[in-house]
Design a protein around this ligand. Structure first.
Ligand SMILES: CC(=O)N[C@H]1[C@@H](OP(=O)(O)OP(=O)(O)OC[C@H]2O[C@@H](n3ccc(=O)[nH]c3=O)[C@H](O)[C@@H]2O)O[C@H](CO)[C@@H](O)[C@@H]1O
Ligand SMILES: C=C(OP(=O)(O)O)C(=O)O
Length: 448
């Protein structure tokens, strides 16, 4: 069903909100479950997101048994019946491509559709393929599919990544767990989700060392088994709620947020004049003074995350002074700028930088989420805009946020969701939000 978010600006957010499990952790972890030749994996704190359903469908199409109920996913990959990941699922989500490494290691061959995903740049996969080739795979491309074949077991190798790609690091790391000998990945990505994946692989019996640093060493083992694992909290969802608190002059406790994972986001908010108080269970954010402009440059972890760039830009629109936002990770991630402009924002894009004139009196408008984080940013702007903002393109937002309207309205925001053909009727602040069905996927293993 086509939906929209309706936001009426002007509410100060207060209270506590709980962060869900990280999308960018659970997706590679589900893919890695394909490596478990013995027993079942139980993945806890799995966020009920559309992307999680998509990757579950990919695993199901490969013959793995997968059930998804509440926030627990069970994967039984003892019997894989296919090593081909079809276009139908892979086109929907780029992260589906993460099954390539596990399938190549497990089956010695794989055929996989070229990935789709958010339109934030060309997003090549050359570094993934370079890694697989170094491990001994033959790669061929044709008709929108990539085929990889290895002559027997993959062989450990030294791989230097030209860019510290998150996905390539994960894909190569997974493939190398079952290779013969030692693999080292140099210039590896250091994101917390890489560490979570390495912890999961190690619990399955792998020997991965150095995850979270620029050099990861993987000693291949013969076999991996299913395990139970808790997914880390989503640092980008946490950052989005921190931004919601800051933009509304609020006082919000973001439960489950890990300050260590949010270093640059916390620093930038502090520079803007926001009080950020981390403790062992979460982060309290208090915004009781006008926000000051800051310059922001996105970088691979531990730099400022590209996935928080658009939300930060929303904050800068209402800050005092002029800010420069520079995007260095993706080449085309300013699509929210046009939509912000519909809300009376003053922004000029020059190459990889956006010059944001603060102090805008944002006006509610009909806008469209062009990608996941752009959608989150438009909702943030809507929280402080005068009047009503309608955000369409909700399917992008559903990829990465669990119950966003419900969580924000729990903090006092005036936000709800309607189906696109419904007229956005004026409501009282206490109008209940429409509750989305929790996705439940119950698939019987094909060999039962
Ligand atoms: C599911 C998931 O975890 N998604 C995250 C992951 O995406 P993803 O893993 O796709 O992002 P990468 O780290 O691979 O991409 C970073 C940069 O490297 C380039 N590149 C990547 C691979 C490659 O083979 N060649 C190449 O040139 C990309 O075009 C991009 O410019 O990390 C991004 C960067 O933090 C985040 O925005 C995404 O939310
Ligand atoms: C870009 C993102 O995700 P993906 O890599 O899955 O498109 C994101 O989470 O902001």
């Amino acid at each position: 069903m086509m939906s929209k978010f309706i936001v009426r600006g002007g509410k100060r957010l207060t209270g506590s909100v709980k962060v869900s499990g990280a999308k960018n952790s659970v997706l590679p972890i589900i893919a890695a479950s394909l490596l478990g030749e013995v027993g079942e994996s139980v993945i806890m704190d799995a966020p009920p997101l559309d992307d999680v359903i998509t990757i579950s469908k990919v695993l199901e199409s490969l013959g793995a048994g997968i059930t998804y109920e509440g926030e627990v996913i069970r994967v039984n990959a003892e019997h894989i019946t296919s090593c081909e990941a079809p276009y139908e699922w892979v086109r929907k989500m780029r992260a589906s491509f993460l099954v390539m490494g596990p399938l190549l290691a497990r089956c010695g061959q794989t055929r996989i559709s070229l990935p789709g995903g958010c339109a934030i740049g060309t997003r090549p996969i050359d570094q993934h393929l370079k890694g697989f080739e170094a491990l001994g795979a033959d790669i061929s491309l044709g008709q929108g599919y990539i085929e990889a074949k290895s002559n027997g077991r993959l062989r450990g190798a030294k791989i230097y990544l030209d860019v510290a790609s998150v996905g390539a690091t994960e894909n190569i790391m997974m493939a190398a767990t079952l290779a013969e000998g030692v693999t080292t990945i140099e210039n590896a990505a250091k994101e917390p989700e890489i560490v979570d994946l390495a912890n999961y692989l190690n619990a399955m019996g792998a020997k991965v060392r150095g995850a979270g640093t620029g050099v990861i060493r993987i000693e291949g083992v013969e076999q991996l088994h299913g395990v139970q694992h808790n997914v880390i909290p989503d640092r980008i969802e946490a950052g989005t709620f921190m931004a919601a608190a800051a933009i509304t002059g609020g006082d919000v406790y973001v439960e489950g947020a890990i300050a260590d994972h949010l270093g640059p986001v916390i620093s930038k908010m502090e520079e803007m004049g926001v009080t950020v108080l981390p403790d062992e269970n979460g982060i309290r954010v208090i915004a009781d003074k006008p926000l000051k402009s800051v310059d922001v440059k996105t970088l691979p972890y531990p730099g400022f995350p590209t996935d928080m760039q658009s939300q930060m830009m929303a904050l800068l629109l209402v800050s005092e002074g002029t800010s420069v936002v520079t995007e260095t990770v993706f080449e085309n991630r300013f699509m929210h700028v046009d939509e912000f402009q519909l809300m009376n924002a003053e922004i000029k894009v020059e190459g990889r930088s956006a010059i944001v004139t603060g102090g805008s009196k944002l006006q509610g408008a009909k806008v469209c989420a062009t990608d996941l984080r752009a959608g989150a940013a438009l909702i943030l702007a809507g929280l402080v805009a005068e009047g009503t903002t309608e955000v369409s393109g909700v399917h992008h937002i559903d990829r990465g946020y669990v119950d966003l309207a419900e969580k924000l309205s729990g903090l006092g925001a005036d936000i709800w969701r309607i189906s696109a053909d419904e007229a956005p009727k004026p409501v009282s602040p206490s109008t209940p939000v429409e509750v989305k069905d929790t996705p439940v996927l119950k698939v019987q293993p094909t060999w039962v």
